[in-house]
Design a binder for this molecule. Structure first.
Ligand code: PDD
Length: 284
């Protein structure tokens, strides 16, 4: 039995009914978050929920709960579904109304759905590193919003997948932005580079955790764009996300990065990252 959350209630998955008129279907008109669960505990839930509210604000949507209530719903889903390692997915759409592009009447309530799912850490990829494929970034210019409109991301991920790669390395006008569902970091001569958190990338929660760790470790960081050409010459490259954690990149388009194995500084950051996960029982 899997309990989902929808509109104020915990309901069995099979019993859920969503409207065909939900604007999530028609327009991708909604926002979402993915929160990691380690050892039955939510990780950085407050930051994710805060970002959900920021995304909603940017698309002029009101969430009919407080941040605290949504964290509590995520916690309850985790507990009641007995999730040890996995994630919680939360989405809010602008509600169900006959299809017109402009917003529906203010009386139309946003639809909040959420579930928790058991999902092992991608241990082999974290350990061995992954291959990525460079793909042109064709997304809209508000990638800072975690919106349900993910077609640009979906097409990029599929292109990478068909090339036998785990992630697409997106580039716009020659500059590397991020992955299709992750942020990107490069290391050159001991300095860490990553795209600044502007409208061209999602400011990942894991990205922010890693930047915090770098500060604690006094590792120099430059939040500065770098080109696709420069990324081939990085000593190390890694991607970050809620589900991928810190994942070394060992090749782009079949060309090895550094020695083609996870680099020293990446390894160090992985170790320090693992230490601040809320439970020692992180599972695999
Ligand atoms: N994706 N950039 C994009 C485009 C993303 O979709 C994600 C996360 C990230 C990393 O953000 P965070 O560290 O907060 O997870 C960056 C989630 C996991 C997803 O869509 O499944």
């Amino acid at each position: 039995m899997t309990l989902y959350f929808m509109d104020g209630q915990f309901t069995e998955r099979e019993e859920l009914r969503v409207s065909i008129d939900d604007r999530g279907y028609y327009f991708g008109d909604g926002v979402y978050e993915v929160i990691k669960v380690y050892g039955g505990e939510l990780y950085t839930a407050e930051q994710h929920i805060a970002r959900l509210f920021q995304s909603a604000l940017k698309v002029k949507m009101t969430i009919p709960y407080t941040e605290e209530q949504l964290v509590e719903i995520a916690r309850e889903l985790t507990m009641r579904n007995e999730i040890s390692v996995g994630h919680v997915y939360i989405q809010v759409t602008r509600g169900a109304a006959p299809r017109t592009h402009q917003f529906p009447a203010a009386t139309v309530a946003p639809v909040v759905t959420a579930y928790a799912i058991q999902n092992p850490r991608p241990a082999a990829s974290i350990e061995n590193g992954v291959a990525v494929k460079s793909v042109e970034d064709i997304r809209w210019l508000r990638c800072d919003i975690k919106s349900l409109n993910l077609l640009g991301n979906v097409l990029a991920k599929q292109e990478a997948h068909e090339a036998g790669c785990i992630e697409a390395l997106l580039h716009r006008d020659g500059v590397v932005t991020e992955g299709s569902s992750s942020n990107l970091f490069g290391i050159k001569n001991g300095t860490i580079y990553t795209h600044p958190a502007n409208n061209l990338i999602l400011n990942g929660i894991t990205r922010q955790v890693v930047l915090g760790l770098c500060q604690e470790l006094a590792v120099p960081v430059e939040e500065k764009p770098f080109t696709l050409k420069e990324s081939f010459d990085m000593d190390e490259l890694f991607l970050t996300s809620t589900t991928s954690e810190i994942m070394p990149i060992t090749s782009i388009d079949g060309r090895l990065i550094g020695s083609g194995t996870p680099g020293k500084l990446t390894r160090h950051l992985q170790k320090v990252f693992a230490l601040q996960i809320p439970s020692s029982n992180v599972g695999e």
